[in-house]
Design a binder for this molecule. Structure first.
Ligand code: ADP
Ligand code: ASP
Ligand code: MG
Length: 424
C-alpha cells in the first residue's frame, strides 16, 4: 500500500473547525487505500503564546524546561486530530516525537536529528492505523525532550518520510504553494509549479518561512520530494524536487527560464555593531567563537575599513537570540578594548534568489539601482552563487520587495485569487 506523510501547519489546525477539516482530508486519503502518517504543528499561535508565557514567569527560561513547555503545543494538536479522526470512523493513534523514536542531540531549542527509528509508526501502520505524530520534537541521546527549532514540524515530516520510505511528503499550509515572494507582502507574487532543492535551500536560508531551512536540507540530502500545498483549497501546489526530476510538478515551471526565481524577505534578525574594534589578528575569532559555542547563528558580517588602527564590525543574529548574543558581545568587546556595542532590531533582510544568476551578470547592479530608485538605503550586502541579500530598514521592506519583484519581471498579471486565510 502506498504511504503518504502529510504535515499540517499551525494555521491549518488553528481551531476546532480547521481540525475537523484536516481530519476529513486525512480520512479521504485513507479511504483511497493509502497509508497515512500525519505530522501536526501546534494550533495557531500556540508556540508564540507559550514562549510569551515563559517570559512572564522567567528571565532565564532554561532550555530543558522551554522544550518541556513548547512540545505540549504539538501534543495538543496530535491528540485532538486523532479524536476528530475517531469521529469519522478512522482508526488513528497519536504519538509524541519521543514515542516514534526521533532521536536528537542534546541541544535544547535547536536539536539536530541523529536517527529516526519509527518502530511504533511501522507497527501501527501494519495493523491499519493512521499515525498522528506531534511535530517539531524528539528525544535526546540523554533521554531529554528536545525541540528542533522554529518551524521544525516540516523537518519531522521530511525525516519521517525518509525513514518510512514514503511515496510522498505533503506540506499543507495556509498558502497554495511556494510563490515568487511572500504573497502576504507582495500581492503580485505568483505560484511556482516546481522549484529545485538548491533554489528552495537558498530561499529558506534567506529567511522565507514557507519551509524551514533544515527540512529542505534534509529533503535534498535524502532525496525526499516535497509537495507544498494549501490545507484551505486543497489544490495542487509546488513540488520541491531535484532539478533533474521531471516526474513531479512537470517539466514546465510557472515562470519560463527565470533568472531570478524569487524575492525573499526576513524580519526576524537584528543587527549588532561593535564599534572601535582594535584592528589586529585574532579579534574576529575572539568575537565569533563564543557566539558559535552558544549555538547562535551569525548570518551577515561586515567589517569596515580600518581607520587609525580601529574598525567597526557589524553582523546579524536571530532576534530571538539577541539577549544572549548581546551579553556575549559586550563581554568580548570589553576584553578586546572595543569602544562600544550597539544593536538595531528594526532591520529587514531582502534577497533575490535564482539559479540563472550564475550565468547572468548585472543582477546585483539591477538590484541596487532598483532599491536606490525607490529610496531604500542598503546597510549590508552578502552574496552566494545564486543569492544576493541586503540589509535595509524594516520600514522599507514592503517597498523593497515589491519593487524588486517588478524589476526582475516576476509580477503576475492575473488577479490575486482568493484572500489568504487570516493568521491568528
Ligand atoms: P505553517 O504554519 O503552515 O508551517 P508558515 O507560517 O511557517 O506556515 O509558512 C507559511 C507562510 O510563509 C505563508 O503564510 C507566507 O506568508 C509565508 N511565505 C514567505 N515566503 C513565501 C513564499 N515565497 N511562498 C509562499 N509563502 C511564503
Ligand atoms: N510550532 C512550532 C513553531 O511554531 C513548530 C512548527 O510550527 O513547525 O515553530
Ligand atoms: Mg512553518
Amino acid at each position: 500500500m502506498p504511504l503518504i506523510v502529510q504535515k499540517y501547519g499551525g494555521t491549518s489546525v488553528a481551531d476546532p473547525d480547521r481540525m475537523r477539516a484536516v481530519a476529513e482530508n486525512v480520512a479521504i486519503t485513507r479511504r483511497h487505500g493509502t497509508d497515512v502518517v500525519v505530522v501536526v504543528s501546534a494550533m495557531g499561535k500556540a508556540t508564540d503564546n507559550l514562549i510569551a508565557l515563559a517570559g512572564q514567569v522567567s528571565a532565564a527560561r532554561p532550555g530543558r524546561e522551554m522544550d518541556m513547555l513548547l512540545t505540549t503545543g504539538e501534543r495538543v494538536s496530535a491528540a485532538l486530530l486523532t479524536m476528530a479522526l475517531a469521529d469519522l470512523g478512522v482508526d488513528a493513534v497519536s504519538f509524541t516525537g519521543s514515542q516514534v523514536g526521533i532521536i536528537t542531540d542534546t541541544v535544547h531549542g535547536k536539536a539536530k536529528i541523529i536517527e529516526v527509528r519509527g518502530d511504533r509508526v511501522r507497527e501501527a501502520l501494519a495493523v491499519g492505523k493512521v499515525c498522528v505524530v506531534a511535530g517539531f520534537q524528539g528525544v535526546s541521546t540523554a533521554k531529554e525532550i528536545t525541540t528542533m527549532g522554529r518551524g521544525a514540524s516540516d523537518l519531522t515530516a521530511s525525516a519521517l518520510a525518509k525513514a518510512l520510505g514514503a511515496d510522498a511528503c505533503e506540506i499543507y499550509t495556509d498558502v497554495t504553494g511556494v510563490f515568487t515572494a511572500d504573497p502576504r507582502l507582495v500581492p503580485q507574487a505568483r505560484k511556482l509549479t516546481r522549484v529545485s532543492f538548491d533554489e528552495m535551500l537558498e530561499m529558506a536560508g534567506a529567511g522565507s518561512k514557507v519551509l524551514a531551512l533544515r527540512s529542505v536540507e534534509f529533503a535534498r540530502n535524502h532525496g525526499v520530494a516535497l509537495h507544498v500545498r494549501s490545507a484551505f483549497t486543497w489544490e495542487p501546489g509546488t513540488w520541491v524536487t531535484d532539478e533533474q526530476d521531471d516526474r513531479r510538478g512537470g517539466k514546465e515551471r510557472a515562470v519560463e527560464d527565470p533568472i531570478i526565481s524569487g524575492v525573499v524577505t526576513d524580519t526576524s534578525e537584528s543587527k549588532v555593531t561593535v564599534v572601535g574594534v582594535p584592528d589586529r589578528p585574532g579579534v574576529s575569532a575572539t568575537l565569533f567563537e563564543p557566539l558559535a559555542a552558544a549555538n547562535i547563528n551569525v548570518d551577515m558580517i561586515v567589517q569596515n575599513t580600518s581607520t587609525h588602527g580601529t574598525t567597526d564590525i557589524s553582523f546579524t543574529v536571530p532576534s530571538a537570540d539577541m539577549t544572549v548574543a548581546e551579553d556575549i558581545v559586550r563581554r568580548v568587546a570589553d576584553e578586546v578594548g572595543a569602544a562600544g556595542v550597539t544593536h538595531d532590531a528594526d532591520i529587514a533582510k531582502v534577497s533575490v534568489v535564482g539559479a540563472g544568476m550564475k550565468s547572468s551578470p548585472g543582477i546585483a547592479a539591477t538590484m541596487f539601482r532598483t532599491l536606490a530608485d525607490h529610496g531604500v538605503n542598503i546597510e549590508m550586502i552578502s552574496t552566494s552563487t545564486i543569492r544576493i541579500s541586503v540589509v535595509i530598514a524594516a520600514a522599507d521592506v514592503e517597498r523593497a520587495a515589491r519593487s524588486l519583484h517588478t524589476a526582475f519581471g516576476l509580477d503576475s498579471g492575473a488577479d490575486y485569487g482568493a484572500p489568504l486565510p487570516e493568521r491568528r
